[in-house]
Design a protein around this ligand. Structure first.
Ligand SMILES: [Zn+2]
Length: 178
């Protein structure tokens, strides 16, 4: 299982390389992933792998991410009070309670959590980065481990949460939660 830690370095690197001028820019990751648009807009769209991947292999880099003060459905949390916009098609990664990728902002990558076949929908576990989500939702992923109501790590008991690969800030925030 991949371990996620220290998001700050990746964010600093991203700032230095891209500044704020790339906000809104969406590099298309044509090499490895493809967005399949749903009929009723963004919320039924999905991201599909164009390649076979073995566990730990990198699917995409997070080079375009930029810090933001505002928590939105499109942001990823990188620390207790910090969030980033992905600024890429990775925005279309859906949640699953049995995810096939880990979003690792320490190394600035999305990596396979298990074997992925070409054509598989790319999913990650939103509470692995999100403490208290801006837009909670009902999950129908079908996994035996399905949380049913996804609201962020804050709302999941430690025993359940620790079954998943978690980012460092989530592990630390859970430890400190009273
Ligand atoms: Zn689920």
């Amino acid at each position: 299982m991949l371990r996620i830690s220290s998001f700050n370095r990746a964010v600093r690197v991203s700032n230095r390389r891209y500044g704020h001028s790339t906000v809104g820019k969406r590099p298309v990751l044509t090499e490895t992933v493809q967005v399949i648009k749903g009929e009723s807009g963004d919320f039924t769209s999905k991201l599909v792998s164009k390649v076979d991947l073995f566990p730990g292999q990198v699917l995409a880099s997070l080079e375009a991410m930029t810090p933001t003060d505002v928590k939105r459905y499109s942001t990823v949390q990188t620390g207790p009070d910090s969030h980033v916009e992905l600024n890429s098609d990775l925005l279309y990664m859906n949640h699953s309670c049995d995810p096939n990728v880990v979003l690792d902002t320490d190394f600035g990558v999305v990596a396979a959590a298990r074997e992925i076949k070409k054509g598989d929908a790319i999913t990650f576990f939103y509470p692995s980065t999100e403490w208290d989500m801006d837009q909670p939702f009902q999950c129908w992923c079908g996994s035996p481990k399905c949380l049913k109501h996804v609201r962020g790590a804050k709302h999941i008991d430690s025993k359940t949460l620790n079954q998943f690969a978690l980012s460092r800030h989530i592990r630390e925030m859970k430890k400190e939660q009273v």
